[in-house]
Design a protein. Structure first.
Lengths: 341, 349, 511
């Protein structure tokens, strides 16, 4: 029998601690709102709901790969292969349906299964052979760009196959003229991915395991968590998301370009970090990633509305934001950890 | 010598590639020819000439990796260096002035050095992981290059002496090869004649022991990132001079990955410590030769990426102790005492 | 098999355990027996093999020979997870939880209560609250673990281990970051578990706690078993004797040439006044005179290393002042310390001392080169001469300056490290456990060297777990206990192993 009870209030108040956790994502959302209001103030028609809807049309594939990347980065890894896997998946869709004549739904399933298997394989290499994720996924970056080019070094059109019309079929929410907007099916696919990812990360053992492994892999191992399954799992998720993004791109453009999505992995990483996920793993939110992708889309929209600015401004601003967020996270981490030196 | 042993594998791979090429295309592959204008030419000399920018970047990357770091921004820095030089030249009234070319090159190199110092400060003083610190410029750098060129691709007149940097020759040998050789020699001297090389290896091999031994590791780290960016800027100049233009989007695209690959092939481990500049140089030539080999053996040029992927994969696995143990297990197991049978059951979940 | 073995029968029986780490034998034929419901302390100095023994049992390391029986069945675990599944839970000294997750999540990670496939957070928080209440701690279980002190995190780790229904609970230095009240809570939990029949392995360097809670003790030294005793039958002084050992017979007597000169008259080289660092060593006063050897004695975890690291500039002090050669030292770090002539050979050769991939010669000149800066390389001829001189002087074998230092034996590595600092001709040489884990010959060489150096006027701060060594070499001995400097022994009569042991034991009674 114990006679006494020890009580400790958290070193920092829970309110403060909670707030600290939300500082990065809060900053992102504030930025997003500021960008939007800036657009509304400066450009006519910017306040049309379709402007916002368009973010989720143009960036649906990016959103999907960024969600996959969120899993990987939360676990403390990185996946450089997503841009190439995505381009390969689009090309594979075209090749399977146009050249090989396989029914489109079957082709779609094959492509998604392949992306997942690739993720499993590279995850196994990373975990069991202790190869740095950076290098292991670099293999994917080269390999799938090469394979894509080998399938076809030219654009392939999928317009002839009716199945690929499905993605851009849209649902109207009121008349655009009267302040309504529309969204295509593929945007809903992206939303579904976000919701599933959110639930998985926050409400399943696998999801909490991802956070635990990212927080401290050695601790997770000593706590008896299934570290191997978790680490391999996140790459499988990322591989699946990259393949799905490729399929969405096939729906959106109805064509496959072998040089599409060069650098998409960087956009995805930037969106994840700007969304408040720590690149060292263990902390972040998938909804933050959504905000990060929206910032990226909003920047591009603003540049398009301005008309005389080139798209590279978006990259520069993303770089500056990335810098700001990395420094912010560094400061928060320092204030949190006990002084060592 | 340990050093010679480390270089043996890359050399064997290179020789094998050369032999394959000779079998495919004849002895002309390796023997330099003399063009009408008295310059050296031929397939292998061309490989060396084309590989010069990659070599410069890979050398800088070798030093960075020796300190347990990595620099992802070199491709972007390459584009920035090229953009600054070309834009400075086309903005001037007389593109053929030697003084102009000189100052354009100088401005480009100073800016890239500043970028490198920035990377180094982020890593050494702000304590940000190298991969993250340099990712920022990897993403934003090409935008900055486009800012310099105003989104255009600046084309330098063929008559400008700037193009000599990429196309010219001195004593019959192409200028890029001279520059690459000079930088290789200079870095080798800088690291091996001074104590810099040893201190780099010490910081990369055991940072804590280095601190306790009184080494100024922060200053050394900044210096290394600075040198790496300077090499990348110089590589950008050579590349731009060769083309006579600076393409901010595609100039030096993925060169950071090729450079890392060359460093790893050359025997420098990604975990820091011992580095081999000469090994890196051989690694670069291997990559250059590989690209030609693919064409020469009759594969389409699209195989390039696939071949590189295979090389990265094999090298990464060979460097993994876990993989080696796994591969050697069937061989090693036999003489060892058999493990008790129930053991395996306990492990199975 | 009966679920509960009869009293006295072994729950865990380890026999003849051997474990080699690339050339070093960490455990040499160790036996260990754990009975149901007992609290069994494993005692020994640093490097005695306690942690290795635990890690073999819990599946972190494999073993090279010997047998482990759990409930009479032979077992061999390949991962902590497998050991946990078999009923062996472990709480380590460093908190092995993930502090980015909440307290409740850490308690139930991997076995969260679920509704279908989803975690039932409400039930998890309720269960967490109940579990912590039961143990006697009151926390906000929804708050991130990182918002609590290390001590509280450690108690959470213990709560987690307790809740997993384990037959064996291993507590590896669980109290090192706990204060008095927290220790009481932990000991209370341990007593209750023992009453319920859980067997516990307890490792701690706090002798009071060991005597308060444990039923039996197993003592290890240098990877071998010294013996097993009932706690009641083994007085503290005897225990300390067993842990520290008396190897006098194996070592030749070192002639103290230095004893001829009177160091009491020399001026002080180092004066520490109230020097301390929160959480690592309480403020202390210490003086080292020129040509004097000051030994630091105390048990593992008593603050020996922490004391000298402050003087060496390896850690920053947060209180007090340090004077060197009569001048106050400001902005103290490893680099400025070396420039002043303070040399520091750290406790852990591999992780803090040597750069394994570099050669013997490179490791030797590292400090000298660091002080010159990278641009001024030491001329090859001079370097070769210096290196050859010290290889000869210290008897480093093999005498190959170009061999990677990681290929050398421990004793020779230690000599390389010593040579590194002798090259800069320091005024103060700080040696932290220079003779640990090395063979007897090298040990004698190093001891002789310390005696010679001090005779030449060099001051030495000497940390060692072996009391014989400390008493033989030192002019004065500072005794530490529980992260506090409790006494400085000066007179010849006081400087015996018995007197040091008495001081340590008495120091504990007073506090």
């Amino acid at each position: 029998m114990t006679t006494q009870t020890l009580t400790e209030r958290p070193a920092r108040s829970t309110l403060f601690d909670g707030l600290t956790r939300y500082v990065p994502i809060g900053a992102t959302v504030a930025l997003l709102i500021a960008l939007y209001l800036g657009g509304v103030a400066n450009y006519p028609n910017f306040d049309s709901p379709q402007v916002v809807a368009k973010l989720f049309i143009d960036n649906a594939p990016l959103l999907v790969i960024a969600v996959g990347m969120t899993f990987v980065i939360l676990s403390g890894g990185i996946d450089l292969s997503v841009g190439s896997v995505m381009a390969f998946s689009t090309m594979a869709c075209a090749w399977l349906t146009v050249d090989a004549g396989i029914p489109a739904p079957a082709a779609l399933v094959m492509v998604l299964a392949f992306g997942t298997l690739w993720g499993l394989a590279i995850g196994a290499v990373i975990h069991y052979f202790n190869v740095q994720p950076f290098i292991a996924t670099l293999v994917g970056l080269f390999l799938f760009r090469g394979l894509t080019l080998q399938i076809n070094s030219e654009d392939v059109s999928m317009r002839e196959i009716e199945f690929w019309q499905w993605g851009m079929t849209h649902v109207d929410f009121g008349e655009i003229r009267d302040g309504g907007f529309w969204l295509p099916y593929l945007s809903f696919v992206a939303f579904a991915v976000v919701i599933v990812a959110f639930v998985t990360l926050h409400y399943t053992r696998f999801g909490r395991g991802v956070y635990a492994v990212g927080g401290s892999e050695s601790s997770a191992l000593l706590m008896g968590l299934p570290v191997a399954r978790t680490k391999i799992g996140v790459y499988a998720v990322s591989g699946f998301c990259a393949a799905l993004a490729g399929v969405l791109a096939a729906f959106a453009t109805k064509s496959a370009n072998p040089l599409a999505n060069v650098g998409a992995e960087l956009d995805a990483i930037a969106a994840v970090v700007i969304g408040g996920t720590l690149l060292t793993g263990g902390a972040g939110f998938v909804l933050g990633t959504v905000a990060g992708v929206m910032v990226w889309g909003m920047l591009n929209t603003l540049i398009a509305f301005q008309g005389n600015l080139s798209s590279w401004w978006a990259r520069i601003v993303m770089g500056i934001l990335l810098l700001a967020f990395i420094l912010l996270q560094r400061v928060l981490a320092r204030s949190g950890e006990k002084r060592r030196t | 010598m340990n050093y010679a042993k480390r270089l043996m594998w890359p050399l064997i791979i290179l020789l094998a590639l050369i032999v394959v090429n000779i079998v495919a295309t004849g002895v002309d592959f390796i023997v330099p020819s003399v063009n009408e204008d008295g310059r050296l030419g031929g397939a292998f000399v061309n490989i060396l000439r084309r590989s010069a920018p990659l070599l410069l970047i890979a050398l800088g990357m070798t030093l960075v990796i020796a300190t347990k770091g990595i620099d992802l921004s070199v491709g972007a820095v390459y584009a920035i260096g090229a953009a600054i030089a070309c834009q400075t030249i086309i903005d001037a009234p007389d593109q053929t002035a030697a003084g102009l070319v000189f100052s354009a090159v100088a401005i480009a190199l100073v800016v890239t050095a500043v970028i490198g110092a920035w990377n180094g400060v982020m890593v050494a003083y702000f304590g940000i992981q190298p991969i993250v610190a340099t990712l920022i410029l990897m993403i934003a750098g090409r935008g900055i290059a486009q800012l310099v060129t105003g989104g255009q691709i600046p084309k330098v007149q063929d008559s400008s002496p700037f193009t000599e940097l990429g196309r010219g020759a001195f004593l019959a040998v192409p200028i890029p090869i001279w520059i690459a050789a000079l930088v290789l020699t200079a870095l080798a001297l800088l690291t091996r004649r001074t104590a810099l090389g040893m201190l780099l290896e010490s910081v990369g091999g055991n940072p804590e022991a280095s601190r306790l031994a009184g080494i100024r590791s922060k200053g050394i780290t900044v210096l290394v990132y600075l040198v790496c960016a300077l090499c990348a800027g110089l590589a950008g100049l050579i590349g731009a001079a060769n083309l006579g233009s600076a393409d901010a989007n595609n100039g030096g695209l993925w060169i950071e990955l090729d450079a890392i690959l060359a460093v790893v092939i050359g025997g420098t481990a990604l975990l820091g410590g011992r580095f081999f500049l000469l090994g890196t140089a051989i690694g670069v030539v291997i990559i250059g030769t590989l690209e030609d080999t693919i064409i020469n053996v009759g594969l389409s040029s699209q195989w390039q990426f696939t071949a590189k992927a295979i090389v990265v994969f094999v090298v990464a696995l060979l460097q993994s102790p876990e993989f080696r143990a796994w591969i050697l297990k069937p061989i090693k197991r036999r003489p060892a005492a058999p493990a008790p049978a129930p053991a395996e059951e306990v492990q199975a979940k | 098999m009966p679920a509960t073995a009869p009293p006295g029968a072994a729950l865990v029986q380890m026999t003849g355990i051997v474990k080699d780490f690339t050339g070093v034998r960490a455990l040499d034929g160790v036996d260990f027996t754990l009975r149901p419901g007992e609290i069994h302390a494993v005692m020994g100095e640093n490097g005695a093999g306690k942690s290795t023994l635990i890690k073999v049992l819990t599946g972190v390391h494999g073993h090279d020979a010997g047998e482990i029986l759990l409930d009479g069945e032979p077992v061999r675990f390949h991962s902590p997870k497998a050991a946990q599944a078999a009923g062996i839970s472990t709480v380590y000294q460093e908190v092995n939880l993930t502090d980015n997750l909440s307290v409740a999540e850490n308690l139930f990670a991997g076995r969260e209560p679920r509704l279908g496939p989803f975690i039932n957070f409400r039930a998890m928080r309720r269960k967490a609250k109940a579990l912590l209440d039961d143990i006697g701690i009151d926390l906000n279980v929804a708050a991130p673990l990182s918002s609590y002190s290390i001590a509280m995190q450690q108690l959470v780790a213990i709560a987690r281990a307790v809740d997993i229904e384990s037959k064996v609970l291993i507590l590896d230095e669980p109290t090192s970051s706990l204060d008095r009240d927290e220790v009481e809570v932990l000991l209370g939990v341990m007593r209750r578990l023992a009453a319920d029949g859980t067997a516990m392995v307890f490792i701690s360097h706090f002798l009071d706690q060991v005597y308060e809670i444990s039923d039996r003790m197993t003592v290890l030294r240098n990877g071998t078993l010294v013996g097993e005793w009932a706690t009641a039958d083994l007085p503290q002084s005897e225990l300390i004797g067993h842990m520290l050992g008396r190897e006098a017979a194996t070592l030749e007597q070192i002639e103290r040439a230095a004893s001829a000169h009177r160091v009491e008259d020399e001026e002080p080289l180092v004066e520490a006044r109230g020097l301390g660092r929160k959480g690592s060593i309480a403020p202390y006063d210490l003086t080292v005179r020129r040509g004097e050897v000051v030994g630091l004695a105390g048990l593992l975890g008593s603050g020996r290393t922490e004391t000298v690291r402050l003087i060496a500039g390896a850690d920053r002090a947060d209180s007090g002042a340090l004077q060197f050669e009569g001048r106050r030292v400001g902005g103290h770090n490893s680099r400025t310390a070396a420039a002043r002539g303070i040399a520091f050979c750290p406790e852990n050769r591999k992780t803090e001392g040597l750069v394994g991939d570099l050669t013997v010669a490179e490791n030797m000149i590292l400090a000298m080169q660091a002080s010159r800066g990278w641009a001024r390389s030491i001329p090859v001829a001079r370097r070769d001469k210096l290196v050859a001189e010290f290889i000869e002087k210290l008897g480093i074998r093999p005498a190959d300056p170009d061999m990677p230092v990681k290929n050398l034996s421990g004793g020779n590595q230690q000599k390389v490290l010593l040579a590194r600092w002798m090259l800069i001709e320091p005024k103060l040489l700080i040696l932290d456990e220079p003779t640990r884990g090395i063979d007897v010959g090298a040990k004698a060489d190093i001891q002789r060297l310390v005696a010679e150096l001090s005779a030449d006027g060099l001051s030495v701060l000497f940390v060692s777990a072996e009391l014989d060594e400390v008493t033989r070499l030192s002019d004065r001995i500072a005794v530490l206990r529980d992260r506090e400097l409790i006494a400085v022994l000066e007179s010849e009569a006081d400087m015996t192993t018995e007197r040091i042991v008495d001081t340590i034991v008495a120091g504990g009674r007073e506090s």
